[in-house]
Ligand binder design. Structure first.
Ligand code: ADP
Length: 236
């Protein structure tokens, strides 16, 4: 764990130090054009974001380990806007992948749940879909409703997950350790946290289907209108 965490913390820090030092050196001599400066600062900002996400993941994992709740904040909010926003934001992070939305039948206009955490769940799954599809391809966000249950899926055409890892990827620190995966950085905490947010915060369930070399689909189901009192009891 210490080796993984140190490595994951060091990588963005090295980039931040490198690009800000470069900018600093260029201040007096005006070596860099405005476009160069913008590019360097963009990298610094996105590496800071990465560092913050990593620290948040570590903090939230230790909270879960200590039996503390992730402090849900329930409300009723529009669903379609959330889905559109996540797709839009994620599309900005890649030009190798085409992000699509597939809404089947009617979906509820509004959902009762924790808006930020639902955003975090879908963002994380989309982010993984992009990350583990290094050759690009389509990433599809599926949404449908079965009775009172909202079902959401994120499908990719990436490297896939071997059958014996399908359940284990939701365990803390579990990463598929093969030739393709080793080159992709990560902590193995994302899906552990996502599972907690689906099961505990939204009283739902999550699972993955996949074929190696063809792609994966991560599904989760949750009540469209969460019983907030029951959920709060579960999280106390
Ligand atoms: P991380 O991406 O930081 O390693 P996660 O908990 O998000 O951690 O994922 C755990 C592991 O599950 C990953 O290391 C990867 O091996 C596998 N995985 C997750 N999502 C996908 C995906 N869409 N396609 C292939 N493998 C995946």
């Amino acid at each position: 764990f210490v080796a993984m965490a140190s490595h994951e913390l060091r990588t963005p820090l090295t980039a931040i130090k490198g690009f800000s030092s470069t900018l600093l050196e260029g201040v007096d001599d005006e070596i860099y054009t405005k476009d160069d400066q913008k590019e360097f600062l963009g990298i610094v900002v996105s590496e800071c974001d990465r560092l913050r996400r990593l620290i948040d993941d570590l903090l939230n994992t230790s909270r879960i380990d200590a039996g503390e709740s992730l402090k849900p904040n329930y409300s009723e909010f529009p669903l379609r806007e959330l889905l559109d926003k996540v797709v839009k934001v994620q599309q900005q992070s890649t030009n190798r992948h085409t992000l699509k939305m597939d809404v089947q039948g009617e979906i509820p206009d509004t959902v009762i749940g924790d808006q930020d955490k639902l955003d975090q769940i879908i963002t994380n799954l989309m982010n993984n879909a992009i990350k583990y599809s290094p050759n690009g391809g389509d990433i599809t966000l599926h949404a449908m409703q079965n009775g009172d249950i909202l079902k959401i899926g994120v499908e990719d055409q990436g490297m896939g997950i071997p059958k014996d890892h399908l359940a284990k990827v939701f365990e803390k620190f579990h990463r598929v350790n093969n030739e393709d995966n080793r080159k992709i950085y990560g902590t193995g905490l994302g899906l552990f946290l996502v599972k907690h947010l689906v099961e505990k915060v939204h009283m739902g369930r999550i699972w993955a289907e996949s074929e190696v070399g063809k792609g994966s689909i991560f599904w989760f189901e949750m009540p469209a209108k969460l019983d907030v009192d029951k959920a709060k009891e579960l999280n106390d």
